[in-house]
Design a protein around this ligand. Structure first.
Ligand SMILES: Cc1cc2nc3c(=O)[nH]c(=O)nc-3n(C[C@H](O)[C@H](O)[C@H](O)COP(=O)(O)OP(=O)(O)OC[C@H]3O[C@@H](n4cnc5c(N)ncnc54)[C@H](O)[C@@H]3O)c2cc1C
Length: 445
């Protein structure tokens, strides 16, 4: 940001010392190069990383490893809350599929994300974790997890590394915008502003705002002419008009061993019946396509094959063999292998299915349409689509309308399915923005 050698912050005159990384100076030069002046206890830092999620921490790691003085400013009392929550379901940190496939998972943003991902590939993610003492394994689906299936040991080791490299972390510092070139924070001690040589915004998207990423930054950037695309839920559940009886009986139950078809394609997997509708990995795999169709047409349908392992001809034949005196539940169980929540779903969505002839019933079992009303609110979504438009950032991830201010992670406009793609892209863009910052500091020296 401030390319001048001197600047005035909060009435304190602060001298900047060129663009030489700290580590490359004589040890005794540190105190001279980095002013010991403080602003109400906050030291001046040359590079401010705002947002202590995976993207911000990844950037701080690269910058501090290269010897730059860097501080992370985080609004919440602790960093990386969403990362820790991701750990509750095992922390799917990356994916083992071939890189060419992996790099295509980001839809229209794939081309812009490719260079950051090439520089920090899924293999690099695994090596990086191993370097922090965290071994990983490839699950049956190709997803990669830490062996401990949680995030806290990795985060602890990561923060220790940052500390050892000299990066500082200031929690309870909520960034509330700019005052000229200075970044302004609300802290328990009051409002503080800070001028620095470069700023990285890594403030996250709009899902799970109670963990810190509340997208309050959008207005601050729009005011400065930064193009920001509206946030929408991604990897989210959907509402359906369940009957009370169905909810009472089946809410919380998983549907395993089904395939689902939407504009996104046909995938096997499982999902869960919720009180409001449906959620879970198979739904998330279709979520972007379903959301887009609802936005375009007001409605969308997810089509289920409840018995993907059985040929339609066999189901029709086995159903036809059931005696007319058998109950519908028995006919479904014996003829099609359907019971419990699968049978309940069929009855819920096609109330007169029991009167269908075997051929027609088979067609329903093999292609049961789930009429979706709307995506669940973004506050419940795993991630968000939308954010800073790619036309607004350069290849070094600097925001074009704000020279010296960079952006990384979920605040950029990309989305991807679950499967480790989200964290990998956050780490990769955080690291890419750090390289962009270092390049700019060299160029503007
Ligand atoms: C339930 C759940 C499970 C998930 N599981 C996985 C998974 O297994 N694999 C996977 O790849 N992804 C997973 N994700 C997604 C992944 O956690 C996110 O994509 C990732 O955390 C985004 O990283 P980020 O650094 O861009 O933003 P965030 O992690 O959201 O971090 C942004 C940080 O900025 C801080 N901040 C926001 N505003 C301000 C401000 N004004 N001032 C200062 N600080 C501010 C926030 O408090 C936060 O700490 C999951 C998400 C959820 C919700």
């Amino acid at each position: 940001m401030a390319d001048t050698l001197q600047t005035r912050v909060c009435g304190i005159h602060i001298r900047f010392d060129g663009a030489t990384p700290l580590r490359h100076r004589a040890p005794h030069a540190k105190s001279a190069a980095v002013e010991t002046e403080t602003m109400d206890g906050m030291e001046r830092d040359e590079i401010a990383v705002i947002g202590g999620g995976p993207a911000g921490l990844a950037a701080a790691e690269v910058l501090s490893a290269a010897g730059w003085p860097v501080a992370v400013y985080e609004a919440m009392p602790t960093v990386a809350r969403k990362f820790l929550l991701a750990g509750k379901s095992g922390l799917n940190i990356t994916h083992s599929e071939p890189f060419s496939r992996f790099a295509e998972r980001f839809g229209t943003a794939s081309a812009r994300l490719r260079p950051p991902l090439e520089a920090f590939t899924p293999d690099d993610v695994r090596h990086w974790a191993a370097g922090l003492g965290i071994e990983t394994f490839v699950g049956t689906s190709g997803r990669v997890f830490p062996t401990a299936m949680k995030a806290s040991p990795l985060l602890r080791a990561w923060l220790r590394r940052l500390e050892a490299q000299g990066a500082k972390v200031h929690t309870r510092h909520r960034w509330v915008g700019f005052d000229g070139d200075a970044v302004v924070f609300e802290t328990p001690q009051g409002r503080k502003s800070l001028s620095c040589r470069a700023v990285l915004l890594a403030l996250g998207g709009a899902s799970w705002p109670r963990l810190g990423s509340d997208a309050a930054w959008v207005e601050h950037l729009r005011e400065r002419g930064v193009p920001v695309r509206p946030f929408r839920p991604a990897n989210c559940g959907f509402d359906l008009a369940w009957s009370d009886g169905f909810v009472e009986r089946f809410a919380g139950q998983p549907l395993k061993g089904v395939t689902a078809t939407s504009d996104a394609g046909t995938f096997p997997g499982e999902f869960v019946v919720s009180r409001h509708g449906i959620e879970g990995s198979l739904v998330y795999a279709h979520a972007a396509a379903l959301r887009d169709r609802i936005e375009a047409e007001g409605t969308a349908t997810l089509v289920l094959d409840l018995a993907p392992g059985r040929e339609a001809t066999r189901i029709a034949r086995d159903l036809a063999r059931q005696g007319t005196k058998e109950s519908f539940a028995n006919r479904l169980r014996k003829g099609a292998g359907l019971a419990g929540v699968k049978a309940g779903l069929l009855r819920e969505l096609v109330p007169d299915a029991s009167r269908s002839a075997p051929d027609a019933l088979t067609r329903t079992i093999k292609a049961l349409p789930l009429p979706l009303l709307r995506p669940r609110p973004i506050a419940e979504a795993i991630s968000s689509a939308g954010g800073i438009d790619w036309v607004g950032v350069d290849d070094g991830l600097m925001i074009k309308a704000m020279p010296g201010v960079f952006a990384a992670g979920e605040m950029l406009d990309w989305e991807a399915p679950t499967g480790g793609y989200l964290l990998t892209a956050c780490l990769a863009t955080g690291r890419a923005a750090a390289r962009g910052i270092m390049q700019r500091l060299k160029d503007t020296r």
